[in-house]
Design a protein around this ligand. Structure first.
Ligand code: MG
Length: 258
């Protein structure tokens, strides 16, 4: 994989890649941190307009829900230009195996989407366990997952990330950390996953934008997922420098409260 030099969003906007026909971007650590838009992201939206796409491993929201949340932050982008790992996983299952019986461990918006897609959900005798960033997962749920996998159910996850940066710079647990708990209970082989670093989400975005890989650029804060996915899809990757966490800023300026 090509090593990308890390640059600030402001510098990306001044460079030639920001003028490409399709600008694909990661979400957490690149656009927002928690409920805050990161510096120069409003300028990115203004500069790129309809050329801007979000390609994220987010597996707690739908594109519609995220579009509404970003609007509150002053970032306007329609759901049609937001491609999310959780939503796309459910849409893929509904398309390829509509008769599948799934045990879905996910937040409410994805549970509702699964029902809208007509997927049969059954946590007692499912043939496929689908694991997303379920912030309500508990001991009983882990027991259910272990039993289903032990009895031969397939396992699919939405994204492999173990964490993403929170607004204070602290790690927010992600689907990968839940997968690690599952792997500690039962032996699992290769797990199906279309989230980055797989190129699936980027390829879907290119198809929807009707552009070739060479006409696009992907910006993100994590080379291991964003960079690898871009490389696999043949798209130029730009490594955006992550924001300095608030707690670190306070410590560096001697204002930390102990
Ligand atoms: Mg990120």
């Amino acid at each position: 994989m090509e090593t990308a030099t890390m640059i600030r969003m402001a510098d990306f906007l001044k460079g030639p890649y920001a003028a490409r026909p399709a600008v694909l971007a990661d979400l957490d650590g690149c656009f927002i941190s928690g409920e805050t838009a990161l510096p120069d992201v409003p300028a990115l939206f203004e500069t790129c307009g309809p050329r801007l796409w979000i390609v994220s491993n987010n597996s707690t929201e739908t594109a519609e829900g995220l579009s509404r949340r970003l609007e509150v932050l002053g970032l306007n982008i329609p759901a049609s230009r937001i491609i999310l790992a959780g939503e796309e996983t459910l849409r893929l299952i509904a398309l390829e195996t509509p008769a599948a019986r799934i045990a879905l461990f996910a937040a409410t918006p994805l549970q509702e989407l699964a029902r809208e897609l007509g997927l049969a959900m059954d946590k007692k005798s499912a043939d496929t366990v689908v694991l997303a960033r379920d912030i309500g997962i508990d001991y009983a749920a882990l027991e259910q997952i272990a039993a289903l996998l032990h009895l031969g159910a397939n396992l699919r996850i939405t994204n492999p990330d173990c964490s993403h940066p929170g607004p204070d710079g602290l790690p927010v647990p992600e689907t990968g950390s839940l997968l690690a708990a599952v792997a500690a209970m039962v032996q699992i082989g290769p797990v199906a996953c279309l989230g980055k670093p797989a190129p699936d989400l980027i390829r879907k975005t290119l198809a929807r934008a009707s552009v070739l890989p060479a006409a696009a650029v992907f910006i993100g804060d994590t080379p291991q997922t964003d960079g690898a996915a871009a490389a696999a899809a043949g798209v130029k990757f730009i490594h955006i420098a992550p924001p300095v966490p608030a707690y670190r800023t306070a410590a560096q300026t001697g204002n930390a409260k102990c």
